[in-house]
Design a protein around this ligand. Structure first.
Ligand code: PLP
Length: 422
């Protein structure tokens, strides 16, 4: 290993092309889409490709019910509606999160309450969430970020102790599980996105789309009436007389998924197993090799977690104390100069966003859950997340990496860790 860092003109540690060798089955996708065009099946739900996808996703997750919708964020909003979130309620969600997770909270007239994360995992800290429970808390909204699984036992305790609903944002985590069981069959409702395309999109992807899974018939029926206007068979599905009397119009929203997108999603679902196993295998190799390298820490998944999906890449934490307090930007620039395909987390914590800090008159006339002047968050309130946001780095979750690439990536981390002072 030469001691001259590439950022100062030395030879980069990574010389191999960093593109993943896995190729998406584009010809198969074209055939599936063209078949539907030939059949003129371009609209509809509850039948055909939509039903087929939902049945296969149910089987994949082990859930009793599955509903496809047009986006992951709408999947979450319909789930929040299903569990009874409404005006005046509070929903606790991690500040190291994403607006698409909690936008439905706001639009239902409820207030997102941000909590801190576990610094070892960057995921919701159930103990911190518990401190924020009030009589107005209706639900917890954990985010299984990048396919890393939250502390499901901790969340289950909050569910039991306070009767809070749990709506899971598993938009990045279709293959993930807990204690040998896929997340999709956990209470109360689990939500997914289908956004993007393989291999860079959500673990199962189709351009745009989303779905929810649940084992609870009441929640299923509430999601059906909420946003599945004219779904085939909807009236036969509704057992609650108060819902059945709405007929096939339900409450009138039509958020269903596009059949062409679901044709692509079905192919993605059928090959996610291979992609996920390979990613997990390469994560194991990379994490093992980086253990103890100065400047970098690896997340410590919960013992029962079976992380999976890895949308956005594999997580690494920069440890500035190892390198004399070197700024994260400098460390990451040095690694990128060595040829490591590394990206920092771009977003800061949610509680410090202008939307939350300044508020917004959502419904006009000073109404709405985040009215200007109502903010109570300030810098320093959620310290673990605020600190981590600057230190999180992603490297690609390789499916089929070129021979020797992972070794070169590890060598780059070792080199920067060893010679940073220069
Ligand atoms: C964590 C998370 N939650 C929710 C969503 C919303 O999904 P969609 O883009 O399909 O609405 C996304 C999308 O990127 C996401 O990353």
């Amino acid at each position: 290993m030469t001691d001259e860092l590439a950022i100062h003109g030395g030879k980069p540690a990574v010389s191999i092309n960093t593109a993943d060798l896995w190729e998406p089955p584009i010809e198969e996708e074209k055939r599936a889409v063209c078949e539907l065009i030939d059949q003129q099946f371009l609209s509809g739900s509850g039948k055909g490709i939509g039903k087929q996808f939902e049945d296969e996703f149910r089987a994949y997750t082990g859930a009793t019910f599955c509903l496809t919708v047009d986006h992951g964020s709408n999947a979450i909003m319909s789930a929040l509606y299903a569990v009874g979130v409404g005006p005046g309620d509070e929903v606790i969600t991690p500040t190291l999160g994403y607006i698409g997770s909690y936008t439905g909270v706001i639009h239902l007239g409820a207030r997102p309450v941000f909590c801190d994360v576990d610094p070892n995992t960057m995921l919701i800290d159930p103990a911190d969430a518990e401190k924020r429970v009030t009589p107005r808390t209706r639900a917890i909204l954990p985010v299984h970020f990048n396919g890393y699984v939250c502390d499901m036992d901790g969340l289950a305790r909050l569910h039991e102790k306070y009767g809070l609903a749990i709506v899971h944002d598993a938009c990045h985590a279709h293959p993930a599980g807990w204690n040998g069981v896929n997340l999709g069959s956990f209470p109360d409702v689990v939500c997914y996105s289908l956004q993007g395309s393989d291999p860079f999109g959500k673990p199962v992807s189709s351009g745009e789309g989303g779905m929810t899974t649940t084992n609870n018939r009441e929640f299923y029926e509430r999601m059906l009436i909420y946003c599945h206007l004219h779904r085939a068979g909807i009236e036969a599905e509704l057992t609650n007389p108060a819902y059945r009397m709405l007929g096939n119009q339900g409450l009138g929203l039509k958020w269903r998924a596009h059949p062409l997108a679901l044709a692509i999603a079905l192919i993605s679902l059928r090959n996610v197993g291979y992609r996920d196993r390979r990613r997990l295998e390469h994560r194991r190799m990379l994490y093992r090799a980086l253990e103890g390298v100065p400047g970098v820490r690896i997340p410590k998944p919960y013992a029962k977690a079976r992380d999976g999906g890895f949308y956005g890449g594999l997580i690494l934490f920069y440890a500035p104390d190892d390198l004399g307090g070197l700024a994260p930007e400098q460390y990451m620039a040095a690694l990128r100069a060595e040829g490591v395909p590394l990206t920092p987390r771009r977003d800061g914590p949610e509680h410090l966003r202008p939307l939350i800090q300044k508020g917004f008159d959502l419904y006009g006339h000073g109404r709405g859950p985040i009215a200007p002047g109502s903010n109570t968050y300030k810098v320093g309130d959620l310290p673990a997340a605020e600190d981590l946001c600057r230190r999180i780095m992603f490297v690609p979750a390789y499916i089929d990496p070129p021979e020797g690439l992972l070794d070169q990536i590890v060598a780059a981390f070792r080199k920067v860790g060893a010679f940073y002072a220069k």
